[in-house]
Structures are given as structure tokens and as C-alpha cells.
Design a protein around this ligand. Structure first.
Ligand code: C5P
Length: 221
């Protein structure tokens, strides 16, 4: 059957990764977490101490060799051959990723890579601008949402599962701050495309979320 492009956008903690991963597995598609790419650039901007220099961050984005590989249920991220899978999920990266993602030159470079990665179809790609900018003509376009309390709860649970105790109030503040910057930036802000199907996951199980999108996929396949 035809290999579709399934695009999923939504704010932090809305269930994009969990849903996209499982959906890709069921369809035998490639799962692409675009947030991991913005996180990788941010991590190296921190390492190189250039957070306040946009020009250097853009150069960095074009120089870094960012490799995403889905293995053992997670996206393994390598930058210039080094495994940074855990490092890109740190609180420090969380706090700096939205300002880095606002930079037009950075987005240009990463969007180009994402278009290349998905061009043959058979992908579930998730992020903030996949339905609007990267693949505005995707076969299936989904916008996931959830209440802020539920999103904060999920993120805190993820940290706890990695053995990191975090203050849920801090997690909530970080999510709200990232949403604010991501939604208000000039270049490809996080927004619901008018033709995207909105799914509120606050009270849905993961299987329900996946099934809803599978149904949409069957309609167009
Ligand atoms: O999806 P995740 O929460 O890991 O994304 C981290 C950050 O990367 C977002 O808060 C946003 O600033 C940026 N991002 C983006 N465009 C995408 C994916 C992520 O600007 N397509």
C-alpha cells in the first residue's frame, strides 16, 4: 500500500512522542522526533558557550552531523558520532531550546534535513511546525493537545522513570515558558493548521490516541 507522510504537532507533553512512536511501529514506518534535532543544536551551543551568538549557532547547526536512530524503543541521537541521547533531555537543554529554536537560520537548516528525511513517505514525523512548514501537504495532519496539569504530570513522570526527582511546579513553569516562546516566535510558530485534526489527549489512553490516528490514516490510504 501507499507509504504516507503522517505529521503531528503539539505543545510539550501533549503525547506526541509516545503516540508517534507506537503509530510508526504499528505501520512499519520511520519515526522522526524533530525536537531531538533542536535539542542537539542547543546542547552544543551550551557546550561551546555560544548561546548569545546567533551567527555562531547557525554555523553550528550547519556543521553538526546529527543522526537520529530509533533503537530499543527510543530515539538514539548521535552528534558527530557521539551519543547524546540522555544529555539532550537535561533541564539545562529544556531551558535553552526554545530561544535557539527561534533563530530563522537554524530552522532553515533543520527543516531542510527533515524534508529530506521524509520525502519518500512511510514516516511519522512530530514537532511544532511539521503540519504547517515541513510537510504542509502531509497525508495525515494531527494537532495534539492536553491540559497543562496533565502535561506537567507526564513530563515529571518521565524524569522520575529516569531516576530524577523533579519539582512538578518547575516542570510546569518550563513547559508554559517553552509553549509561550514556541507559539509567539516570528518564524513558524507552534500553531494548529486549519486542516489538522485536533485531538485532546487529556483523558485518552495511548492506545486510544494511536487508534484515532490509525483510523485517519486508513481514510486516506
Ligand atoms: O518536542 P520537544 O519538546 O523535544 O521539542 C523541544 C523544543 O524544540 C521545543 O520546545 C521547540 O522549541 C523546539 N522545536 C521546534 N520545532 C520542531 C520541534 C521542536 O521549534 N519541529
Amino acid at each position: 500500500s501507499e507509504k504516507l507522510i503522517i505529521a503531528i504537532d503539539g505543545p510539550a507533553g501533549s503525547g506526541k512522542s509516545t503516540t508517534a512512536k507506537l503509530l510508526a511501529k504499528k505501520l512499519g514506518y520511520l519515526y522522526i522526533d524533530t525536537g531531538a534535532m533542536y535539542r542537539a543544536v542547543t546542547l552544543y551551543a551550551i557546550k561551546n558557550n555560544i548561546l548569545n551568538d546567533e551567527k555562531k549557532i547557525i554555523e553550528l547547526a550547519s556543521d553538526l552531523d546529527i543522526e537520529l536512530k530509533f533503537e530499543d524503543g527510543q530515539t538514539k541521537v548521535r552528534v558527530n558520532g557521539k551519543d547524546v541521547t540522555d544529555e539532550i533531555r537535561s533541564l539545562e537543554v529544556n531551558q535553552n531550546v526554545s530561544p535557539v529554536s527561534k533563530i530563522e537560520g537554524v530552522r532553515k537548516i533543520l527543516v531542510q534535513k527533515q524534508k529530506e528525511m521524509g520525502k519518500n513517505g512511510g514516516v511519522v514525523m512530530e514537532g511544532r511546525d511539521i503540519t504547517t512548514v515541513v510537510f504542509p501537504n502531509a497525508d495525515v495532519k494531527i494537532f495534539l493537545t492536553a491540559s497543562i496539569d496533565e502535561r506537567a504530570r507526564r513530563r515529571a513522570l518521565e524524569f522520575a522513570q529516569k531516576g530524577q526527582q523533579v519539582d512538578i511546579e518547575k516542570v510546569k513553569q518550563n513547559i508554559l515558558e517553552r509553549d509561550r516562546i514556541d507559539s509567539s516566535r516570528d518564524v513558524s510558530p507552534l500553531t494548529k493548521s486549519p486542516d489538522a485534526i485536533e485531538i485532546d489527549t487529556s483523558n485518552l489512553s495511548i492506545d486510544q490516541q494511536v487508534d484515532l490516528i490509525l483510523e485517519e490514516s486508513k481514510k486516506v490510504a
